[in-house]
Design a protein. Structure first.
Length: 264
């Protein structure tokens, strides 16, 4: 494991322990669907809340966090946080932990704190990439991660209950880290897109942030030297150079100008 990976893992572990130091889940009614749905999916293969409301009086108003859609009762909020929590729920639920509120609250707290702690690790990695680009000491990346972990709502809110905050923050952090990487530009763009998708799926109000990420990716996307060479030769077939030679020349010129090209 590389040095940055070790530091990121240590930050995630320390944050996870700290976020669980109060030994309880702190949220509100709007997290009820996300607390229950992982259990419902694992035990009953369903993504609705019908079992909770099968005896609900038809004339009574429903809680704000649930909607009656056709024959089913469904969450008023995105399902992404519940789906991302499934790995945390899977072991205990499949081993018979049950569906008491004590169990569901504990598992949802573990899931939210884990997602928040992972976001701390990726904030550090993203800040480290930025520090490397700007020739700044690595200590700045550590300070950034510490401020993010301890002095923002990441600790007070995102890590304490299974809202959309923690998975959205993790998606944003991973996306930023991927965009700042330069070693594997094509794979990094794919990862950045997937992470931004998780962010928006968890918290749709981050759609504007995703648009900014998409704009940045478009402006800084790596170009394919071989593709560019093929396009030039298509219009100038009598140029007298091979595709490989032209691609190598394009890549070399781009490197001199500080542009990012996929390998020739």
């Amino acid at each position: 494991m590389s040095h940055p990976a070790r530091v990121a893992a240590a930050l995630a572990l320390a944050s996870f322990v700290l976020y669980n130091a109060n030994i309880r889940e702190i949220s509100s009614q709007d997290t009820v669907p996300n607390r229950v749905l992982p259990y419902e999916l694992l035990q009953h293969g369903r993504l609705d809340l019908d079992r909770l409301f099968q005896e609900w009086p038809a004339a009574d108003p429903l809680p704000f966090w649930i909607q009656h859609v056709g024959p089913h009762y469904r969450s008023s909020y995105p399902l992404a946080p519940a789906l991302l929590a499934i790995p945390v729920y899977a072991g205990p639920v499949l081993l018979g932990a049950g569906d008491s509120w004590v169990v569901l609250n504990a598992l949802s707290k573990l899931a939210s704190s884990l997602l928040a702690a992972l976001s701390v690790a990726f904030v550090y990695l993203a800040a480290r990439e930025l520090a490397r680009r700007e020739a700044i000491d690595e200590g700045a990346a550590l300070a950034t991660a510490a401020v993010y972990a301890l002095a923002t709502p990441t600790w007070a809110v995102a890590s304490q209950g299974l809202w959309g905050h923690a998975p959205a923050q993790l998606g944003l952090a991973v996306s930023l880290w991927a965009l700042l990487r330069s070693e594997t530009p094509r794979a990094s763009l794919v990862l950045a897109g997937l992470a931004a998708g998780v962010m928006v799926a968890s918290r749709p109000s981050t759609g504007l942030v995703a648009m900014v990420i998409a704009g940045f990716a478009r402006e800084h996307r790596p170009l394919n030297a071989r593709y560019e060479a093929k396009l030039i030769l298509k219009h100038h077939p009598d140029s007298g150079v091979t595709e490989e030679e032209l691609a190598a020349t394009i890549a070399a010129m781009a490197k001199e100008r500080g542009l990012t090209f996929l390998g020739a």
